[in-house]
Design a protein around this ligand. Structure first.
Ligand code: NCD
Length: 443
């Protein structure tokens, strides 16, 4: 039996597959109305636990343009979830006989990964908390590719709330893999999360360095810009001098709104959020830059830019339809790609019952406690490091236990390093280890 393919993370597609999807999207986009036989008889189910306009409607339009049918549950909060049904059970039911594919949006990081584990049909992540939004990234990359003819070597500014924007997280992984140069201009206090930076560094070799972005004018005024070159830069296009990197020419600015619904403390947003208008876009380095936004926008892009030929945010939203047609057709087995899929992601190992080491309280491993088999990924053996199998955040490891000997060891000890991954258990401290019945190793 062939393995079901899901789109949970942008890393679930290889660069070759993404390039091929673009070619197909271009073909689909030339006449959206002539593909109505491709997915005839197939049904997709939209399970949306969070608000959405573009993502849900463009998926549903895409499915109908392919000749398929759509089941919509746009208000999942008023479904059986309100009666206490677990996400795992909902997914088992919907994937049983109701639908051939599930499009899921959920407020908890890792929800799509969990759904994929229980689903009998492909699951597409339409946004899981502040974690990832891979299909938005495909729209964004596709727009760059259409506008610029390539992604490799482009200089892309990512601005605004980089901490909680899931669109930024999926986009930055893909930009790094494609070999684009990235300049992060966060709203102060909303820098990229540590786990995203770590992944960029360790998996894609993107090393962040401070950059002088003063030539970008107002948008960079409140922020420490960080510049990231990919592992194999196609061209080091930013000007360097004795002071380091200076941002003096940009291909695209990607702006995001403050993700206020994810703020954890009242008043987390401090200071004036950046605003782009005709004046801000008039500075030298931005003269030829396209202006992107996943939408919805609030005040971070003013209406005086809407008719500017550099503003492509509405085109970006329109391109969501042909792109999502390619994703649906591909995952439903109606559009074969010749490129190889990615080599599979680091293996996941089961977390022993009774301990959930994930530090992120909005991770699905905490919000969906029933019927869950928890997992972690081993990101490094020496030093021993691990990440939550759902939300990707680093697991804080104080002590390391072996589930067969029921002994615990210091994290950096030689013994800890030798424990088989499927026997590993992580503890914050000795109190937790002893409470779970583990004792100190005698030697
Ligand atoms: C984004 C999202 O939901 O993360 N919207 C979208 O899908 N186009 C961006 C946002 O809400 O800010």
């Amino acid at each position: 039996m062939t393995r079901i393919r899901h789109l949970v993370s942008i890393d679930d597609l290889s660069l070759g597959e993404i390039r091929e999807l673009f070619q197909h999207a271009k073909r689909f986009g030339e006449d959206l109305r002539s593909w109505s036989e491709l997915c005839r008889g197939q049904i997709s189910a939209s399970l949306f636990f969070e608000p959405s306009t573009r993502t849900r409607l463009s998926f549903e339009s895409a499915m109908q343009r392919l000749g398929g049918g759509v089941l919509t549950a746009a208000e999942m909060k008023s479904s059986s979830a309100a009666k206490g049904e677990s996400l795992a059970d909902t997914v088992r039911v919907v994937s049983g006989a109701y639908a051939d594919l599930i499009v899921l949006r959920h407020p908890s990081e890792g929800a799509a990964r969990l759904a994929a584990e229980y689903s009998l049909v492909p699951v597409v992540n339409a946004g899981d908390g502040s974690h990832e939004h891979p299909t938005q990234t495909l729209c964004d990359l596709y727009s760059l590719w259409i506008e610029r003819g390539r992604i490799e070597g482009l200089d892309v500014v990512l601005a605004g709330d980089l901490l909680y924007s899931r669109t930024i997280h999926s986009f930055i992984y893909a930009l790094a893999r494609f070999g684009a140069n990235i300049v992060c201009v966060p709203h102060r206090g909303f820098e990229l999360p540590e786990y995203v930076l770590r992944r960029l560094r360790e998996e894609y070799g993107a090393e962040p360095v401070r950059a002088d972005a003063s030539e970008l004018g107002d948008i960079a005024q409140e922020s420490d810009a960080v510049y990231m070159t990919p592992n194999k830069p196609h061209q080091l296009s930013l000007f360097t001098d004795s002071r380091g990197f200076r941002v003096d020419r940009v291909d695209a600015v990607y702006m995001t709104r403050p993700q206020t619904e994810r703020y954890r403390v009242e008043g987390e947003e401090e200071g004036r959020y950046m605003q782009l208008g005709a004046n801000e876009m008039a500075v030298g380095p931005l003269r030829e830059a396209v202006l992107m936004h996943p939408l919805p926008r609030r005040d971070e892009i003013s209406a005086d830019l809407d008719d500017d030929p550099r503003s492509i945010y509405f085109k970006q939203a329109a391109r969501g339809v042909p792109i999502r047609m390619t994703i649906l057709a591909h995952l439903l087995g109606r559009l074969e790609l010749s490129a190889e899929p990615p080599v599979s992601d680091a293996r996941r190992f089961a977390v022993p019952p009774g301990s959930n080491p994930c530090p992120n309280s909005t991770c699905v491993s905490h919000t969906e406690q029933r019927h869950l088999r928890l997992s972690f990924k081993l990101t490094s053996r020496a030093p021993l490091r691990a990440a939550c199998g759902y939300c990707s955040q680093e697991i804080p490891i104080g002590l390391v236990g072996c589930s067969t000997t029921r002994h615990f060891h210091p994290r950096d000890s030689a013994t800890a390093r030798k424990i088989r991954p499927d026997h590993l258990i992580f503890f914050r401290d000795e109190a937790q280890a002893t409470a779970l019945g583990y004792s100190a190793a005698t030697r």
